[in-house]
Design a protein around this ligand. Structure first.
Ligand code: FAD
Length: 445
């Protein structure tokens, strides 16, 4: 453990000083470390959250990096029991060759099981599977008073639903049990369809919801008056390794973004050019191909540390969800505010969430349309754009995603997560985070 440590989250904003990071070698050591610490603690996975939900200014982080053991796997049911610091990448590497896949995965495989539960993450199959928490069978929660609670839908159900989506504040998840899904091989039958406006997006999305397990869209919202983009949908393929010779398979294209990028890379002109090239990369309106799961689910993981592309000031992601309405006015307003702002983004992702309710008290997903947008941290202009977007979300009855947030106001969080008051009763008194202190509306304690 070091002293006066600066830790960043994935967005590299904010950068905050910590007293140190504990990295217990096994579950039995966690309680001693908590007892010996002279400040508040927060569990930490791989720090793949964008804002301050995985930071704990002036306190300690408790890394789960050594809690990385598989305990048991049942070949008949696919049920895996593993420690909370096991990463989705480790699960894929071990179990895809044996014919099993994750029930839900986010857009990066470099997250831990504990982090996936604590943010109740969602994936491209939200419309068919719900959230990660919806899959979890049970887990153990270790509280700072030494209590070890077995949590499931039947046992300690309150702790189950406050810890799923509970942002690491209810205690440390030590292990979890989740069902992997059988697959025939590592490939995805993927289709990509270009669309030229939002109505077209909605019609493709509706038509895809029943027949495609995975859906997501990339948007170019700075090169056209309306919104254009590429809709991607897919299913697991029955193709196996043996008949896979013609399949695109770019798993090991590991490159590292070497240093903080020069600012011209982030100029509006460069982003506009990137978006135009990306949109025109696909020539035909509708393409079908079979691809390896890795580039389909994790296109950004191919470049290690791509977050350095945004330079030392970092970047912010804004992700909100708004409920469906007849005209879907809120999402149109949000997109037009982004276009009007003149701020440019390499990554704009749009997806419809399905209606399976999440089981976490503070889970983010709800039926509606979710938009995620990355922007370099250019300061005031960006923050005031985000404030305008927040208002549209709140007025429409939607909410923002804590895992992606570094700046929402306390009122924004509290009005859109009405169970927050009830949730507070479950917070471990020795645990806290920078995010929690911010959205609670206080800066210390
Ligand atoms: C490129 C990229 C794409 C992404 N795509 C998606 C997406 O499609 N969908 C989505 O939902 N999210 C997405 N995310 C966000 C990411 O999935 C979440 O932030 C995830 O929770 C990060 O996991 P982590 O292990 O890095 O946890 P951290 O970021 O380190 O921590 C996340 C939270 O979990 C808590 N925590 C961690 N371990 C434990 C534990 N053992 N016990 C209790 N609490 C714990 C922490 O205190 C913190 O509150 C993406 C992130 C990136 C970088």
């Amino acid at each position: 453990m070091g002293n006066d440590l600066f830790f960043e989250s994935w967005g590299r904003f904010p950068k905050v000083s910590h007293l140190g990071m504990f990295a217990p070698q096994c579950v039995d050591k966690i309680n001693d470390l908590i007892q010996s610490s002279d400040s508040l603690i927060l569990p930490r996975g791989l720090g793949r959250s964008y804002g301050d939900s995985c930071l704990n200014e002036d306190g300690y982080l408790l890394s789960t990096k050594w809690l990385n053991k598989f305990y048991a796997f049942d070949e008949n049911t696919g049920i895996l029991k593993c420690e909370a610091g096991v990463t989705l990448d480790e699960i894929l590497q071990t179990f895809v060759p044996r014919g099993w896949f994750l029930p839900v995965t986010p857009g990066t495989k470099f997250v831990t099981v504990g982090g996936a539960i604590a943010n109740d993450i969602h994936g491209k199959n939200h419309h068919t599977a719900g959230t990660f928490g919806n899959q979890v069978i049970r887990f153990e929660l270790l509280r700072s008073d030494g209590t070890r609670l077995l949590c499931s839908r039947e046992t300690n159900p309150d702790w189950f639903k406050t810890t799923i989506g509970g942002l690491g504040l209810t205690g440390v998840i030590t292990w979890a049990e989740l069902p992997l899904k059988p697959i025939k091989g590592p490939y995805i039958e993927m289709e990509s369809i270009k669309f030229n406006n939002l109505n077209e997006f909605f019609s493709i999305s509706r038509e895809s919801a029943t027949d495609y397990k995975y859906i997501v869209s990339w948007l170019d919202c700075i090169n056209s008056a309306d919104i254009r983009g590429i809709f991607m949908r897919g299913n697991h393929s029955n193709t196996t390794e043996t008949d896979a010779s013609k399949i695109s398979h770019s798993v090991s294209s590991w490159k590292t973004f070497p240093v903080d990028a020069p600012s011209f890379l982030l100029s509006a002109a460069t982003v506009k050019l990137f978006n135009m090239l990306y949109y025109h990369k696909q020539i035909k309106k509708h393409e079908k191909k079979i691809v390896h799961y890795d580039p389909f689910f994790y296109p950004l993981d191919g470049i290690n540390h791509w977050n350095r592309m945004y330079g030392n000031r970092g970047f912010l992601q804004w992700q909100g969800v708004v409920p469906f309405t007849e005209e879907n006015e809120a999402i149109r307003t949000i997109l037009s505010e982004i276009i009007k702002s003149g701020l440019s983004s390499f990554l704009v992702v749009l997806k419809e969430f399905g209606s399976i309710p999440p089981c976490g008290m503070l889970s983010f997903p709800m039926p509606g349309i979710t938009l995620a947008v990355d922007f370099p941290n250019v300061g005031g202009r960006l923050f005031s754009l985000f404030d305008r977007l927040d208002k549209v979300v709140i007025n429409s009855g939607g909410r923002l995603y804590p895992a992606k947030d570094a700046r929402m106001a306390p009122e924004t969080f509290q009005s859109s997560y009405p169970d927050f008051e009830n949730f507070k009763k479950y917070i471990d008194p020795r645990f806290s985070s920078s995010f929690y202190r911010r959205i609670r509306g206080e800066n210390n304690g």
